[in-house]
Design a protein. Structure first.
Length: 399
């Protein structure tokens, strides 16, 4: 009885609060895990419909958020509202010339992109990278303006490609695999372009595959060496063939994540009128580009990670059914990157060889493209005989 009374009278233990530093860390973690704020869900088509005059647009948006106005003034970009309203004016009138009045170059390109989408004219789409024809036209713009779902393969990041595919098909459910912040941006993109552009159907790009064969020449170190066999030393493998993979049988996710960009397709752009070095008649040259250039023809000391993968970027001048290498970047694991640009003096990464493109006469968007290249690249102790065979497709043609 005494034991029972003692137990009944015993006070419950008081809960101890964690130290302030522990509470601060817990609060930070909770903030990181919290879902991002909901982005505006008003379709861009409604904003265009609501627009009446530049003066009305400026007054409405400047009065709505004076705090934001103060912040923009402090940053020296108090004309942001002007730029935003000028962009809406261009969309309302469907005139690309009005985008020229925007002071921000980034917003100016966005304005040109949106006008092309509203007009459903892919030919008006700006370049993906300003003044860089090798990058092709803005893939999101082409996809939405023409309903060209496969154009989304030209985007670099997985989240960007997914957002492009979701907006082109109008299916926000495609945003589900993304993280919280990226998913919110993806869903906003679908909402913003709802009712604009041309709807596309989800389709896989044409088959892509390829191989690169490298043979170390005299005085150069082979790309790979086999493991030592007993006391015989390390046997040397002078020739190495590396597969660039194939899109055949690969899932859309695997294709989007492919670090070799084997599925991004090629870009064809108009070049200057002239001759190829192997002679022939005067012709309008075109440039066929595969992969993305990172070094702009400049010599680099960048060494790719030894456990990394190969990366290739290739630009071919095409005219009169013939082709020649205009630029080449080749990253090999553990080696200095080869950078060759015909128009630049770069003795450390010279290239001597030939190239062919099939079909030789007429390349069409969406059609197959085959490239064969043979030659010597680099200088001792990094000189190789290289053979490249690629089968891909033409993703974009820049006027």
């Amino acid at each position: 009885m005494a034991v029972g009374l003692a137990t009944a009278c015993k006070k419950p233990a008081q809960r101890q609060e964690p130290p302030p530093e522990v509470r601060a860390v817990a609060s930070s973690i909770a903030a990181l895990e919290a879902p991002p704020p909901e982005a505006p869900s008003v379709p861009l088509a409604q904003e265009i419909e609501r627009f009446s005059t530049l003066e009305d647009c400026r007054s409405r948006h400047q009065e709505q958020d004076p705090v934001l106005g103060d912040a923009l003034d402090a940053l020296g970009y108090e004309v942001l509202v002007d730029d935003a309203c000028l962009a809406l004016d261009a969309l309302k009138t469907r005139e690309t010339a009005r985008c020229g009045g925007l002071q921000s170059s980034t917003l100016r390109l966005r304005c040109l992109r949106d006008v092309a989408i509203v007009r459903k004219e892919g030919a008006l789409c700006p370049l993906a990278q300003e003044n860089d024809r090798r990058s092709g036209r803005d893939p999101l713009c082409v996809a939405l303006a023409e309903g060209a779902y496969v154009a989304c393969t030209g985007l670099r990041a997985y989240a960007e490609k997914t957002g492009c595919e979701a907006a082109t098909t109008g299916e926000a459910i495609r945003c589900e695999p993304l993280g919280k912040t990226e998913r919110s941006r993806c869903e906003r993109l679908v909402r913003r372009f709802s009712g604009l552009g041309t709807r596309g159907v989800a389709t896989l790009p044409p088959r892509s595959r390829g191989t690169i064969t490298l043979e170390a020449l005299e005085g150069s170190t082979p790309l790979y060496a086999a493991a030592p066999a007993g006391d015989a030393g390390a046997p040397v493998e002078a020739e190495t063939t590396v597969s660039l993979g194939t899109s055949e049988g690969a899932s859309p996710e695997a294709q989007r994540r492919d670090p070799l960009e084997a599925f991004a397709g090629a870009v064809l752009s108009a070049g200057e009128r002239g001759f190829l070095t192997d002679g022939g008649a005067l012709a309008d040259r075109q440039e066929l580009v595969l992969g993305r250039f990172r070094h702009g023809g400049m010599t680099t000391t960048y060494v790719a990670p030894a456990n990394g993968r190969m990366r290739l970027a290739l630009a071919l001048a095409v005219a009169n059914g013939r082709a020649e290498v205009g630029a080449l970047e080749l990253e090999l694991p553990g080696r200095t990157t080869f950078v060759y640009e015909k128009s630049a003096a770069n003795l450390s990464s010279r290239f001597e060889g030939t190239a062919t493109v099939t079909p030789a006469d007429h390349l069409t968007v969406g059609g197959a493209v085959r490239v064969h290249l043979e030659g010597k690249i680099g200088v001792v102790p990094n000189e190789f005989r290289v053979k490249i065979d690629l089968e891909t497709w033409l993703r974009d043609q820049v006027p």
